[in-house]
Design a protein around this ligand. Structure first.
Ligand SMILES: Cc1cc2nc3c(=O)[nH]c(=O)nc-3n(C[C@H](O)[C@H](O)[C@H](O)COP(=O)(O)OP(=O)(O)OC[C@H]3O[C@@H](n4cnc5c(N)ncnc54)[C@H](O)[C@@H]3O)c2cc1C
Length: 463
């Protein structure tokens, strides 16, 4: 096994070499062969929006206009509280349902979700259902709530595979919906001193009473229950739905990775059913990814990677500053971008060499990243819909990117949250703040939608 790994496992210097030469090489390759990619991947074709109804276009334009004002996005939580005080919860619900909610959320019940996903299927977009439940440090709830959350996740597994929406369904999972965030923080601190043995975590998932050092009786009991909950979800999804575990804050990510790797070790024997997320805005992201590649080879399991830039930049920075420690996030967007490109290159190379073993989702709204991935796929001979590389964007965002990619035959997933207005609004507020750079830079999508509306009006006038 180790012999087979040697050629594939990049060392850190190799990774750095890829970062400088690989980036330049692929850039010049793309420049040398302008016809390497379909012209539509410049994402300037408004016909991508032909499939949208008048209502959908007008709603999207109005919502994006709202989101283009930083003051509104930055204060959305306060505005929501104010609206609640003025018109009550029902009033807010009535206002949000046909607008923001309809733009970014699939619906509340299976019928509504089904309708949304059927529409997506016609557009060749695949669903990645997401139950918007998570918690942060200090918000821990009782065991019963985590059990309820598990039931909701199992329902998500069932819905994802029991319908004909997608041949290769995916879903997102937040570990902090199943194990308390406080315990994840503690596990992170313990594992920084002395990492737990992955095999022991796997045995605990199977129900064995393992005694993990550093935890008191109630923490240990909760950890064992949490591992069993994760195990139930993984067991229910294997061979049916690919489960993509979200990355959260640096003060708990190592714990999330620990349990995710344990699930991978147990369930990713034949294919990557469990995936982990790597946030390229972190200075340590390249080495975390290399560790994962190494571990997957040493422990002989398939690796699924969701590659993102990262959503919690402001909070990570503020926390580092108050705690007087170095900022974990790259200094500027360009460094994050370099890190994203480097990791993308490493993963695509690995996937081209062993497509059964590695799967990647390029989870980004950034057109340049998407184009880069498509170019590298072509250079490396990776099929557009061959199973090992796919693309991901959030529902309601950057449809011009998703629709164009899907039209060109790439596998494209939309992250699809669902739930009641009340349950999803806090999630939407957070997402809006996390993605405000994307939302505020969405001018191009708005322009394309306007062009499509003008085309329809001209057509109406001539008929
Ligand atoms: C399907 C899907 C799943 C996702 N899952 C997760 C997840 O599990 N965990 C998670 O954290 N995020 C997740 N995200 C969100 C993601 O991390 C990004 O926040 C979001 O996609 C915006 O990045 P971008 O590449 O799309 O856009 P871009 O506009 O190209 O990049 C914006 C991002 O660049 C980074 N950035 C911006 N300014 C700076 C700066 N000054 N210095 C350093 N970096 C900077 C930030 O990460 C910011 O979010 C997910 C996104 C998608 C589409």
């Amino acid at each position: 096994m180790m012999m087979a790994c040697v050629g594939l496992r990049p060392s850190f210097p190799q990774l750095m070499l890829l970062r400088t030469t690989g980036t330049a090489a692929s850039r010049s390759a793309a420049a040398r062969q302008p016809d390497l990619l379909p012209a539509t991947l410049d994402f300037t074709d408004p016909s991508a929006f032909k499939v949208k109804s008048w209502t959908e276009l007008l709603r999207a334009l109005a919502v994006f206009r709202f989101c283009s004002f930083p003051v509104l996005v930055n204060n959305s939580a306060k505005l929501l509280s104010l609206a609640r005080a003025l018109v009550g919860g029902r009033g807010v619900s009535l206002l949000m349902r046909p607008t923001v909610y309809a733009q970014f959320v699939a619906g509340e019940n299976e019928e509504e979700i089904s309708e949304c996903l059927e529409k997506m299927k016609l557009l060749r977009l695949r669903p990645m259902l997401a139950v918007p439940i998570e918690e942060d440090q200090g918000q821990s709830i009782g065991e019963k709530r985590y059990e309820d959350n598990m039931a909701a996740m199992l329902e998500c597994v069932r819905m994802s595979h029991s319908n004909s929406w997608s041949t290769e369904p995916m879903m997102q999972l937040k570990v902090t919906a199943l194990i308390s965030a406080d315990l994840c923080v503690k596990l992170t601190a313990i594992n920084a001193q002395q990492p737990y043995d992955l095999s022991q975590v796997v045995r605990a998932m199977d129900g064995e009473m393992i005694s993990f050092p550093g935890l008191n009786d109630s923490e240990l009991a909760h950890f064992l229950c949490g591992l069993r909950r994760l195990n139930k979800i993984a067991e229910a999804s294997v061979n049916k739905v690919r489960v993509l575990v979200d990355a959260e804050y640096t003060y708990m990510n190592p714990a999330l990775s620990l349990v995710t790797m344990a699930m991978m070790k147990k369930y990713n024997k034949e294919s990557a059913w469990i995936w982990n997320t790597y946030q390229c805005y972190l200075k340590e992201s390249s080495s975390l990814l290399l560790d994962a590649l190494r571990l997957s080879q040493e422990d002989d399991f398939c690796l699924g990677v969701k590659l993102v830039r990262g959503a919690y930049m402001d909070k990570e920075r503020a926390l580092a500053e108050t705690q007087g420690r170095p900022d974990p996030v790259h200094q500027c967007w360009e460094d994050t971008n370099d890190s994203y490109n480097t990791s993308l290159d490493v993963l695509l190379k690995a996937a081209s060499q062993q497509p059964q073993r590695y799967r990647i989702i390029v989870a980004s709204h950034n057109e340049e990243s998407v184009r880069r991935a498509a170019t590298r796929m072509q250079e490396l001979g990776i099929e557009r819909d061959g199973g090992c590389v796919c693309f991901g964007q959030l529902l309601g965002m950057c449809d011009h990117v998703s629709l164009t990619l899907a039209k060109e035959g790439y596998a494209v997933y939309k992250s699809v949250p669902y739930g009641s207005v009340e349950d999803t609004l806090p999630y939407l507020v957070r997402r809006a703040q996390e993605n405000r750079t994307v939302l505020q830079g969405i001018r191009k999508e708005r322009d394309l939608m306007r062009q499509e509306l003008k085309r329809r009006l001209r057509l109406k006038r001539h008929t």
